[in-house]
Design a binder for this molecule. Sequence first.
Ligand SMILES: CC(C)(COP(=O)(O)OP(=O)(O)OC[C@H]1O[C@@H](n2cnc3c(N)ncnc32)[C@H](O)[C@@H]1OP(=O)(O)O)[C@@H](O)C(=O)NCCC(=O)NCCS
Length: 159
Amino acid sequence: MSEGIVIRHYRPEDLPQLRLITVESFGGVALEQMLEERFGLLNGRSWRERKAEHIDEDCRQNSGGVFVAEKGGEILGYITTRLDPANGRGRIPNMAVIEKARGLGLGRRLIQHALDYFRQSGMKIAQIETMASNDVGQYLYPSCGFQEIARQVHYAMEL
Ligand SMILES: CC(C)(COP(=O)(O)OP(=O)(O)OC[C@H]1O[C@@H](n2cnc3c(N)ncnc32)[C@H](O)[C@@H]1OP(=O)(O)O)[C@@H](O)C(=O)NCCC(=O)NCCS
């Protein structure tokens, strides 16, 4: 399954597929969904709409730092990145791998690709965040070399 998978640069025509992979992948791990579970639709809008917009924003802000894993024309996953050259810092806001391609090392490969991109771009530090409830993230990121720095608590209230 993992043979023949290539990681390539994002192309604008990938965006609808990346949005789809996002809404199919992030169920159970997205803060936006947790907000919806507590408060219902926000202004009539679903967590899926908001989460897909995060990917729109990543592609708008730094399309050259979005990488797509593909096999035989099928997109299996992606990773998005941002550069903060003033501070020599790269950040990975979002990544996902479709369910049938998980556990094959693709997430790890995408992270390594992003780290190479950061190094080539002169960055000295890489950052990534995950929810405390995301067991895969909490296993995968340290196993790629990330050190835990701090835990954040998200609060919200109805107005
Ligand atoms: C996170 C994600 C991208 C990882 O993709 P992947 O291709 O399966 O990742 P890999 O195969 O490289 O590695 C996954 C590792 O986690 C391990 N893992 C899987 N489920 C796990 C769990 N519930 N708890 C701990 N580790 C787990 C796998 O065994 C594997 O470990 P290994 O490399 O030592 O064999 C994918 O699970 C995903 O899309 N999740 C939903 C979206 C998401 O959470 N994105 C990240 C938001 S911070």
